[in-house]
Design a protein. Structure first.
Lengths: 352, 396
C-alpha cells in the first residue's frame, strides 16, 4: 500500500548548488539578450538563465532530451516558469551559446524576456477537455508561429501577455491578459429529455444557471431553457451531461484586451472585449491569428515605451483604440450582465 | 506513423514554434493511447468539436481528488483513449527540478501512461495525460514510492503554487518556496479529500509583480511586500544615468504616487516613503539601484477567481501586512477560520469570493476576526444602506 499525504518533494532537493548558496541573496538581474538573464548575488555569484519556449504538451522523450541538456550544461537542474517556458540555470557563461545552439537543434526557441511576447498560457482544448468551445494547443501554435519574432526579440513597448482559455471556465489567467482569447458558445444547450432525468439532479441544474433561464419541465421530468435569458456560459452542462452545448458552427473565439496581472504602477485589471466572435476554423484559425497579429501590431506601433496594452488604451481612450485597431464597436461591446453599470460613461469628457 | 492519417494536424507541425502535434506523434509509435489521441484529435479538427465524454469519477485509494476521469465518446474508433485519465502530480515549489526527478517521472509515465505530459497545468501541477483506469493505482503507488504525491481536483484545496522567489529573484520579499511547501504539507487532508463547497486556490507571489497571478487567480493570495522604505543605491542610480537611461521619464514620471524625485545634476534619486505604495515599477526598471525595504512580509488577499459564474473577481485585501515567519501559524489559522465560515455558509459551487459578495464583507470579517481597515477598499461606500449589529442599536 502506497504512502499517502506525503506531499511534493521538498524544493531543496531540486535546487542547484549555486541557488542553495545564494538563496535570498540575489541583488539584481540584467537581461543580457533575448532569453538570457544574469542574476548577481550579494556574494558576487552569477547565475545565468536561458529561457526557452515549449508547447506545454511534452512527450517524455522530449523531457529526457531537455534533461540531457540540463545535465550537459547546468549540473542537472532546471526550472519551468508559470508560462511553461523552460529555464536552464547555468553558472558558466561560456555554456550559454552552446546550449542555445543545442536548443535550436531540438526546435526550442530562446526568448520570452523583457518587452516581448512570452509563451501563451492556455488550457487543454480538444486534447483533453470535456467542455471546450474551441481548441487550445492548435490556436496557440498558430498564433505563436505568427508572433514568433516577438518572442525571440525585445522590441515591443512592454511585455505582452497573451492567454487562451477554451471555455468560460477559464483555466488560466485569461481574464487579466494583455490579449485574452476565450472559447465561447452562442447557442443554448440541447436538452436530451431522455437522459436528463437519469443523469442529472434537476434542482441542481436549475440552481446552476446564473440568469435563471432554466425551469423545470415536470411532464418530462426534465428542464426547459428560456432562450432569451441564456447567455451560453455552459455551467448547466458542467452539472448535467444531458445538456450538451457544443455547436461546431457557432462556437468560436472572443478576444479581450488590456488586462494585466502585475501591480506595477497600477492595480491588476481585467481584459475588456475587443472582438466578440471569430469562427473556429481549424487547423490554423486564420481569422483569429490575423486578428491577434493586428492587435499586437497596432499596440507595437502606437504605445509608448514601457506602456502595457491596457495602460496604452487608458491613455488614448477606448474610443481611439477601436479606431486605431479598425475594430467596429457594436452593442456587443456594451456590458449587459450584472456588473455593467460602472462601465457606462457618466461624463461629457470623451474623444472623437 | 500517422502522417497520412492526420492531414489537418500535420498543418500544425509547420512553422517555427514547437509543435504539440510533433510531441504526440513522438509517442504514437510506442503508445496506442498517443496514436488514438492523434486520431480522435484529427476528428475534432474535422468536426470542430471535442470528443471527450462528460466527467467520470476515478481515483486512487484513500484520495478523493487528484485524478481527472476522461473517456472518449468514440471508444470503438479510438480504443487507445477509451480511458484517458489525467493524474495531477504536486509540483515542487517554484517548478525547480533535478533531472533525476524528471527522469523518474518520465520512466513511471512510460510504464503506466501515454507518455504525454503538460509542464505544467494551469494551477501548477505536473499533468500526466492519459492512463487507463487499471493503471492509476499502480502508477500512484510507484510515484509515491519515489516521493511524489497527487495534487488537488474537485471541491478541495487545489495545489498551492508560488513564483521563483528567493531561489532566483531579488524582488522576493517572502520565502515563497517555503511558504508554499509549508502550507501544502499542513493541509494535505484538505488537498486530497474534497469536502468543501467548491475549489480553493492558494498562490504565493514574492512581490507585487505577482508572477503567479495570485490576485487574479487565487481564492487566497499571499503577496510579498515591505513596510519601511525602498532602498536606493545612489552609485547604481549614477550608473543608469551615465548609461543614458531616462530616469525621469521611465521611472519618476511613471511612479503612480509621485513618490520619487530625481536630481539630474547630482544624479540622485530620492523617495518619500510615506507616499510609496510599493508597486515595484521603479525596482523593475532599475534593479541595480533600487531594492525593496528590509521590514518584509506579505499582504493577504481573498476571493480571486475567473468568470464562472457571475463574474471574475480580483482578490481583495484582507490583511495589509503580516510577517511571514515559519511555520506561518498566523496565516494557517486564518485559512482554517476562512474555510470553516465558507464551509458553513457556502452553497454548492460557490467560491469564497462569491460568498463574501453575497453575505457582505462585514460578515466575513467578523467570522474570521479581522478588523476593517482603509487598506481594504479603494474608497468607502457611497450609499447609505448601512447594516448595524444588534449591539450597536440603542434600545430603551
Amino acid at each position: 500500500m502506497a504512502k499517502t499525504d506525503i506531499g511534493p518533494p521538498h524544493y531543496s532537493q531540486m535546487l542547484p548548488p549555486i541557488i542553495k548558496e545564494n538563496y535570498g541573496k540575489w541583488k539584481y538581474h540584467e537581461i543580457l539578450r533575448p532569453g538570457v538573464l544574469k542574476h548577481v548575488s550579494e556574494t558576487g555569484a552569477e547565475l545565468y538563465t536561458v529561457r526557452a519556449g515549449s508547447p506545454r504538451l511534452l512527450a517524455i522523450d522530449t523531457i529526457r532530451e531537455i534533461c540531457n541538456l540540463a545535465d550537459k550544461y547546468c549540473g542537472g537542474y532546471l526550472r519551468f516558469t508559470s508560462r511553461y517556458n523552460i529555464e536552464f540555470l547555468l553558472t558558466n557563461p561560456a555554456n550559454i551559446d552552446p546550449l542555445i545552439e543545442d536548443l535550436k537543434k531540438l526546435g526550442f526557441p530562446v526568448g520570452g524576456t523583457g518587452p516581448a511576447i512570452t509563451n501563451m498560457v492556455h488550457t487543454q482544448g480538444w486534447v483533453h477537455c470535456h467542455t471546450p468551445a474551441t481548441d487550445a494547443s492548435g490556436i496557440v501554435k498558430a498564433i505563436m508561429d505568427e508572433l514568433y519574432d516577438y518572442f525571440v526579440s525585445m522590441k515591443l513597448p512592454a511585455k505582452l501577455r497573451i492567454s487562451l482559455a477554451c471555455c468560460l471556465n477559464m483555466c488560466g489567467a485569461v481574464h487579466c491578459s494583455d490579449i485574452g482569447l476565450v472559447g465561447i458558445h452562442r447557442t443554448i444547450p440541447k436538452i436530451d429529455h431522455e437522459w436528463v432525468p437519469k443523469q442529472c439532479e434537476i434542482p441542481t441544474v436549475i440552481a446552476s444557471c446564473p440568469t435563471f433561464a432554466i425551469r423545470p419541465d415536470p411532464k418530462r421530468k426534465s428542464v426547459q431553457i428560456n432562450e432569451e435569458k441564456c447567455m451560453y456560459c455552459g455551467n448547466c452542462y458542467t452539472m448535467c451531461p444531458a445538456m450538451p452545448i457544443a455547436d461546431p458552427d457557432n462556437d468560436g473565439v472572443a478576444i479581450f484586451v488590456g488586462g494585466k496581472v502585475s501591480n506595477a504602477r497600477s492595480a491588476p485589471k481585467f481584459s475588456r472585449l475587443a472582438i466578440p466572435w471569430l469562427p473556429n476554423n481549424p487547423p490554423r484559425w486564420p481569422e483569429v491569428v490575423q486578428a491577434v497579429k493586428k492587435l499586437v501590431d497596432v499596440y507595437a506601433q502606437n504605445a509608448r515605451e514601457g506602456e502595457r496594452y491596457g495602460e496604452w488604451i487608458d491613455r488614448i481612450g477606448w474610443e481611439t483604440f477601436f479606431k486605431l485597431a479598425e475594430i467596429p464597436f457594436t452593442e456587443k461591446h456594451i456590458d449587459d450582465f450584472i456588473f455593467s453599470v460602472p462601465t457606462f460613461r457618466t461624463t461629457t469628457n470623451f474623444r472623437w | 506513423m500517422a502522417g497520412s492519417e492526420t492531414p489537418l494536424l500535420n498543418e500544425l507541425e509547420k512553422g517555427p514554434w514547437p509543435s504539440f502535434v510533433t510531441e504526440i506523434k513522438k509517442m504514437a509509435d510506442k503508445k496506442p493511447a498517443a496514436r488514438d489521441l492523434l486520431g480522435q484529435l484529427e476528428l475534432s479538427y474535422k468536426e470542430k468539436r471535442g470528443h471527450w465524454k462528460h466527467g467520470g469519477i476515478v481515483g486512487v485509494t484513500g484520495y478523493g481528488g487528484g485524478v481527472i476521469g476522461r473517456y472518449s465518446d468514440s471508444p470503438d474508433k479510438f480504443p487507445g483513449v477509451a480511458e484517458f485519465h489525467t493524474m495531477r502530480i504536486n509540483q515542487p515549489s517554484g517548478w525547480f527540478y533535478s533531472t533525476k526527478a524528471l527522469r523518474e517521472i518520465c520512466d513511471i509515465w512510460e510504464k503506466y501512461g501515454s507518455g504525454l505530459t503538460n509542464f505544467h497545468g494551469s494551477t501548477g501541477d505536473i499533468i500526466l495525460l492519459g492512463a487507463p483506469t487499471a493503471h492509476l493505482q499502480p502508477a500512484f503507488d510507484e510515484l509515491s514510492e519515489h516521493g511524489y504525491d497527487l495534487g488537488g481536483s474537485g471541491s478541495d484545496l487545489r495545489t498551492p503554487s508560488c513564483c521563483a522567489g528567493p531561489a532566483r529573484c531579488e524582488n522576493a520579499c517572502i520565502d515563497t518556496l517555503d511558504i508554499c511547501y509549508s502550507i501544502t504539507m499542513e493541509f494535505q487532508d484538505e488537498l486530497h479529500r474534497p469536502m468543501w463547497p467548491y475549489k480553493f486556490k492558494i498562490k504565493v507571489a514574492g512581490c507585487a509583480n505577482d508572477c503567479v497571478a495570485a490576485i487574479p487567480r487565487a481564492d487566497f493570495a499571499i503577496v510579498g511586500t515591505w513596510r519601511d522604505s525602498l532602498r536606493i543605491d545612489q552609485d547604481g542610480v549614477r550608473e543608469y544615468a551615465e548609461r543614458g537611461f531616462d530616469i525621469q521619464g521611465q521611472v519618476v514620471d511613471r511612479c503612480p504616487t509621485k513618490a520619487l524625485s530625481y536630481d539630474p545634476a547630482a544624479k540622485q534619486l530620492s523617495v518619500r516613503a510615506e507616499d510609496c505604495v510599493r508597486c515595484v515599477h521603479c525596482i523593475n526598471k532599475m534593479p541595480k539601484a533600487i531594492r525593496p525595504g528590509v521590514e518584509r512580509g506579505a499582504t493577504l488577499l481573498i476571493g480571486g477567481k475567473a468568470t464562472i459564474l457571475q463574474t471574475a473577481f480580483l482578490s481583495w485585501v484582507i490583511v495589509p501586512f503580516v510577517k511571514m515567519e515559519p511555520p506561518y501559524t498566523e496565516v494557517k489559522e486564518l485559512l482554517r477560520k476562512i474555510w470553516e465560515w465558507w464551509d458553513e455558509h457556502g452553497k454548492m459551487r460557490e467560491r469564497v469570493g462569491e460568498l463574501i459578495y453575497r453575505l457582505g464583507m462585514r460578515n466575513f470579517l467578523r467570522a474570521v476576526d479581522l478588523p476593517a481597515v482603509p487598506q481594504m477598499v479603494f474608497e468607502p461606500r457611497a450609499n447609505p444602506y448601512i447594516f448595524w449589529w444588534p449591539e450597536e442599536i440603542i434600545r430603551k
